[in-house]
Design a protein around this ligand. Structure first.
Ligand SMILES: *[C@@H]1O[C@H](CO)[C@@H](O)[C@H](O)[C@H]1NC(C)=O
Ligand SMILES: *[C@@H]1O[C@H](CO)[C@@H](O)[C@H](O)[C@H]1NC(C)=O
Ligand SMILES: *[C@@H]1O[C@H](CO)[C@@H](O)[C@H](O)[C@H]1NC(C)=O
Ligand SMILES: *[C@@H]1O[C@H](CO)[C@@H](O)[C@H](O)[C@H]1NC(C)=O
Ligand SMILES: *[C@@H]1O[C@H](CO)[C@@H](O)[C@H](O)[C@H]1NC(C)=O
Ligand SMILES: *[C@@H]1O[C@H](CO)[C@@H](O)[C@H](O)[C@H]1NC(C)=O
Ligand SMILES: *[C@@H]1O[C@H](CO)[C@@H](O)[C@H](O)[C@H]1NC(C)=O
Length: 657
């Protein structure tokens, strides 16, 4: 017990202002940035007040306090049992920088097998806050149990989702409050099978170091007793706005909705919106959102004395036949979607980008050479990532984080990674499936107000996908059941039910994966996929992954883990020099261009944005210090794809459509 802690905390937070830091208490260690296997140009700039930006741009409140910074940490070695006796009012031995994954160098822990963890900090509430106080977590991987002043206030399951809780009744408003969080993150530890994307306790080649614990911003905010709980907004190319304003009560009152002209404070449109039910109205002749012209409109919503800021973009995504070929349409016109496989991993922060500037720099590098799309691959990013795509004009294909294709036992039974076509390995497949379905719904609801998102992907390459019938009653594939489920939650996007491998005909895409050369809408194919037949398949022909060509790098830019360097040889293709790598990209783009001209190809995803650990096939190295692209060549090659698609939309092919 350290009775003086409160006073010290108050002093430190006063000195730091907006920043936040728990002081080093006797018996606890100081935060030290660890030396990881590789850093980035931003690592050293992170300091101890990371991610200072307001983290939820589509429902922003002005009265808020960031809790990111140095907290205390303890490995809960006794596991779940420790939840019966939380370390309230105890100093935990280690320092951790929130919000960075416990396995990352930036966290200051750089742990391994951090399955059960305790976090602890103290905070005070600004004296000016007289309303209720909400505690928000933008993401904790995987299960968080949250205590304020020794009382449990929240429990959340799922490593990628935001949650909040009203802590007003627990607060000691004019004193110091204690916040304790217990985190359970099994990753791929047997018998759990959870949405985890590429994280593995035993990382190898295409599977990476896991992320455990608090990995996005934690913050407090003040709101009146009856407040806005959730905003769902979508706006289409005809000016129709669909909006649901959910409040913390079941009130049937109305909120004020104000839409501003872009980049000014002039009101374009104002209306009253009844709350707690779906409502729609039409705004006259809005400027449309597109990759070339990503116009956004700011919004204010007021419910009594609660005011939140938001924004939207007006656009419609659909599909339709253009000159005999099924196409994705943006605002009624064919848009050839050309993007990258984007993992969103960082050598210093793993799942957590070191900073907003770092995160956005990846997207700018893509935009610079003419990509109009990003496939966010089996990971979900901080909301500010989606805002950046909204602002920069990048179409987003959002994957659901995949289940594991295998699990490891603590005694280190050899993992059965891939072949992944088997059933979800679990003691209870039904339970795993139900939880996957629930979290899929959470993802769609959490992200659906971002105008940049155009497509949801349910399964990637069969990972965790039951291979045949799922529902004995309906006797249909899980893909088609989940496609209907996602369509019900969000009827405004296209659905790529299965990106690669086990296609059962569901959804809006026929999506081939092939390395290195594309097979985009072609009548030839390879194992695990099928030929595209435009006469019988009324879906969009798409190349969900191709490329993957690699070029080894000097140790300076490599993830310096011997086991990881040893897997470089597993790359689909290694090119001897950067020049040859650029030449090979040019050849593959040329092949894709041919397929656009002659077949039904409507879009493609190049593997990949960056190197990651043992993968050396990025346009940027893992540390983001080398951009491998001959930018002028890439700009020309990418423009040629759009030109070929535009031409194919009005002319007939010479071979076969
Ligand atoms: C945490 O505890 C677990 C279980 O005792 C152990 O396997 C692991 O190595 C520990 N990790 C750290 C970072 O101390
Ligand atoms: C804290 O608030 C209580 C009740 O609101 C008040 O009685 C007390 O004096 C306050 N203490 C301090 C240190 O401001
Ligand atoms: C963590 O432990 C696993 C299993 O022993 C090992 O494969 C992995 O390389 C370790 N990771 C680190 C960063 O030490
Ligand atoms: C809102 O209504 C539902 C169903 O009628 C009820 O279960 C819930 O408790 C109500 N919530 C509040 C905050 O009144
Ligand atoms: C929206 O409002 C913010 C803050 O007031 C401002 O910085 C931004 O430029 C506005 N954006 C648009 C598209 O009007
Ligand atoms: C279920 O589907 C399979 C494959 O299409 C078919 O062979 C089987 O007869 C169907 N079963 C029922 C009960 O309809
Ligand atoms: C790749 O480069 C590393 C040095 O960064 C080297 O150790 C390794 O042997 C190389 N691998 C291959 C397959 O060339």
């Amino acid at each position: 017990m350290f009775p003086s802690l409160g006073a010290v905390t108050l002093l430190v937070s006063a000195v730091l202002g907006q920043g936040y830091s728990t002081p080093k208490a006797p018996g606890t260690s100081e935060y030290v940035l660890k030396q990881g296997p590789l850093d980035t140009p931003w690592t050293e700039k992170v300091g101890t007040n990371p991610w200072p930006e307001y983290p939820r741009p589509q429902m922003a409140r002005s009265e808020w306090k960031n809790l990111n910074g140095v907290w205390q940490y303890r490995n809960a070695t006794a596991g779940d049992k420790e939840l019966d006796n939380p370390p309230f009012r105890q100093e935990l031995e280690n320092a951790v920088l929130v919000p960075f994954c416990l396995e990352s160098a930036l966290s200051g822990v750089m742990g391994n097998y951090t399955i059960h963890s305790w976090y602890r900090t103290t905070f005070d509430v600004p004296a000016s806050w007289t309303d209720k106080v909400l505690l928000n977590f933008a993401a904790v991987d995987y299960e968080a149990t949250v205590f304020v002043n020794e009382k449990q206030v929240a429990r959340n399951t799922g490593g990628y989702w935001a949650f909040n809780t009203d802590i007003t009744d627990q607060l000691n408003k004019n004193g110091t409050n204690e916040l304790v969080v217990f985190v359970f993150d099994p990753t791929n530890l047997h018998p759990n099978n959870i949405p985890l994307g590429k994280q593995r306790l035993n990382p190898e080649h295409i599977f990476y170091t896991p992320c455990s614990g608090i990995w996005q911003t934690v913050w407090l905010e003040s709101a009146p007793a009856e407040s806005i709980d959730k905003l769902e907004i979508s706006a289409d190319a005809d000016g129709r706005v669909d909006i649901t304003i959910s409040t913390t009560s079941n009130a049937t009152t109305a909120a004020d909705f104000i839409l501003y002209e872009p980049n000014t404070e002039l009101v374009k449109f104002k209306t009253k919106v009844p709350v707690n039910r779906a409502h729609s109205f039409v705004v006259d002749s809005p400027q449309l959102w597109s990759p070339d012209s990503p116009t956004l409109y700011n919004i204010t919503v007021k419910l009594g004395s609660d005011t939140v800021q938001s924004y939207t973009g007006f656009r419609t995504i659909s599909k339709g036949v253009v000159n005999g070929v099924q196409r994705p349409l943006l605002n009624g016109g064919f848009v050839f979607m050309f993007g990258t496989l984007d993992q969103g991993y960082w050598p210093d922060g793993l799942h957590s980008p070191p900073s907003l500037e770092a995160m956005v720099s990846d997207l700018k590098a893509l935009k610079e050479v003419g990509y109009n799309m990003v496939r966010k691959h089996i990971k979900v990013e901080p909301a500010l990532f989606y805002q950046a795509a909204d602002q920069l004009g990048l179409l987003l294909i959002q994957d659901m984080p995949a289940l594991s294709t295998s699990s490891v036992k603590l005694e280190n039974e050899p993992p059965k990674e891939c072949p992944a076509k088997s059933l979800t390995p679990s003691l209870d497949p039904d339970k795993v499936q139900k939880e996957f379905d629930r979290q899929l719904g959470v993802m769609v609801r959490q992200l659906k107000s971002h105008p940049s998102i155009v497509t949801w992907v349910i399964y990637n390459e069969g990972w965790g996908q039951p291979s045949e019938r799922y529902d004995g009653v309906r006797n249909t594939s899980i893909d088609s059941i989940l496609t209907d489920y996602v369509r019900k939650i969000d009827p405004t996007r296209l659905i790529d039910s299965v990106s690669g491998w086990n296609d059962h005909g569901a959804g809006d895409f026929h999506d081939n994966h092939h390395y290195s050369s594309p097979q985009c809408g072609t009548p030839w194919y390879s194992v695990d996929s099928s030929p595209y037949n435009p006469d019988t398949d009324h879906r969009i022909a798409f190349q969900g992954e191709f490329g993957g060509i690699g070029q080894n790098i000097s140790e300076e830019h490599a993830w310096k883990v011997p086991a990881s360097i040893a897997t470089v040889k597993n790359t689909y293709e290694l090119d001897a020099t950067q020049e040859i790598w650029n030449l090979r990209a040019h050849m593959l783009f040329h092949e894709l261009e041919f397929q656009i001209q002659e077949f039904a190809c409507s879009g493609a995803v190049w593997t990949q944005t960056t190197d990651v650990e043992g993968e050396v096939n990025g346009m940027l190295t893992y540390d983001r210090r080398v951009n491998r692209m001959d930018k002028e060549q890439w700009k020309k090659d990418i423009q040629a794809l759009y030109d070929a698609a535009a031409k194919r939309a009005v002319t007939n092919p010479t071979i076969r459509a």
